[in-house]
Design a protein around this ligand. Structure first.
Ligand code: ADP
Ligand code: ADP
Length: 215
């Protein structure tokens, strides 16, 4: 299975990606997580990406495509992979095609703007592991503590309400055109396109996502 999860920031891509990857035994390739690790390690790439990410803008296509190609060269991607947060622009999607990276299925998770804002502003993360919680919708057992390690949770700098509106605008301008791109591609390539309603509790959405994977 070679999959793409598409949808606005906060749609629940990362949350669903974890389930899909466990179920299908494929690695999750999240460009957001990769960029955040580079930032935490203080690599030149991470330092460069830091301020762009804090503003909710997109890191350059060339850099992101380079990161993904490197990641796909690892042996664990041979049996498949799930792209989470990539591609995010038409040039990134074209680079995937040009590189001959085949995609079997694109799953779009649909969530309206108000729900996106509620989800993102309540999101809390355990930075070291990438585990994601929500203060109301998916709270940790002990407030503000990671379930596995008990370490403190943090709020991403780009998850404040003022930045979220900007990120939605970036999504609309740069990422939403991918819906049409892949819908059209699905008419002439073996690729399949499925849209799933992302509003509902995590388990209900998961059932729909699994259905969209299997049908
Ligand atoms: P994305 O990767 O698309 O940005 P996340 O998976 O990080 O989204 O989810 C964003 C926030 O919404 C997180 O706080 C997560 O716990 C919460 N969340 C995810 N799925 C749901 C859902 N179905 N209902 C309510 N909250 C959700
Ligand atoms: P979310 O799913 O909440 O939007 P991500 O973790 O996917 O967040 O991305 C966080 C930030 O990392 C983005 O706002 C952007 O700055 C950068 N980023 C992640 N993936 C890409 C990508 N494919 N292209 C460009 N920038 C990206």
């Amino acid at each position: 299975m070679r999959l793409i999860l598409l949808g606005p920031p906060g749609a629940g891509k990362g949350t669903q990606a974890r389930f899909i990857c466990q179920t299908c035994g494929i690695p999750q390739v999240s460009t957001g997580d990769m960029l955040r690790s580079a930032r935490a390690e203080g690599t030149p790439l991470g330092r460069m990406a830091e301020s762009i990410m804090a503003r909710g803008e997109l890191v350059s296509d060339e850099i992101v495509v380079g990161l993904v190609k490197e990641r796909l060269a690892q042996p664990d991607c041979e049996a498949g992979f799930l792209f989470d947060g990539f591609p995010r622009t038409i040039p990134q999607a074209e680079a995937v095609l040009e590189a001959g990276i085949e995609i079997d299925r694109v799953i779009e998770i649909q969530v309206d703007d108000d729900e996106v804002v509620r989800r993102i502003t309540g999101r809390r993360v355990h930075e070291q592991s990438g585990r994601v919680y929500h203060v109301l919708f998916n709270p940790p057992r002990v407030p503000d503590r990671d379930n596995e390690t008990g370490e403190p949770l943090t709020q991403r700098e780009d998850d404040r309400e003022e930045t979220v509106r900007d990120r939605l605008e970036v999504y609309r301008r740069q990422t939403q055109p991918l819906i049409r791109f892949y819908t059209e591609l699905s008419r002439r390539a073996p690729l399949e396109y499925r849209a799933v309603n992302g509003v509902g509790d995590v388990d209900a959405v998961m059932q729909d996502v699994l259905k969209a994977l299997g049908d």
